[in-house]
Design a binder for this molecule. Sequence first.
Ligand code: C5P
Length: 221
Amino acid sequence: MPASPFIIIAIDGGAASGKSSSSKILAEKFNLLHVDTGSFYRHITYELLRRGVAHTDATALNAALADLKFGTQLNGRSAQMLIGGQPAGQEIRSQDVNSHVSHYAAIPEVRHTLLAYQRDQVNVAKQHNFRGLVMEGRDIGSVIFPNADFRFFLHADPAERAKRRAAEGGQDSIAERDRLDSSRKAAPLVVPQGAIDIDSTFISLDQVVEKMSALIAPKLP
Ligand code: C5P
């Protein structure tokens, strides 16, 4: 029997649209590396805030970015970014990071710093014998992997998303982050051309995953 191909699944969508929940289930189901690129932007944001580097200070920002040493470790099936050998903690989900992350993520140099690192997750997945990877974010199907085997875009009504985030116990500026992420010049949040659009407002997480799995399964028996 021929070996099954290595597959790349891109899942994009706004804040709290169900990307993490669905991609974690897909990773489990199909033996894929799960890559949450939002956690990478959050970790960098946390580190820059810790160093006192404002997103408006281009000189300090570029010097700090050049100084960051990235690594990756696995946390179950998820890729966890290391900065200076250190993994991020729960503090990357804090209100402080929530309110700053989109400002740092809008800066082309920040995005450029992460570009090769994100693409290199394919090698991490191969080294650990995963059958592929599922990467979630804002620009995965449009910029990072425009030739991914599957590109999904998750929609959900903003009120429903705010309800989901509140149910997780989180305080988040969802609408403001979406506004900044969609309106920035560098790799804005867009529905990539040809992506499979799924509106999860009135369907359960299981149904979202079922829709995705029905398309993926024939390629990964
Ligand atoms: O996915 P999450 O909501 O944790 O992402 C946090 C922030 O990181 C987003 O609001 C966005 O500003 C940024 N981000 C991005 N591009 C990605 C993933 C996240 O700009 N691919």
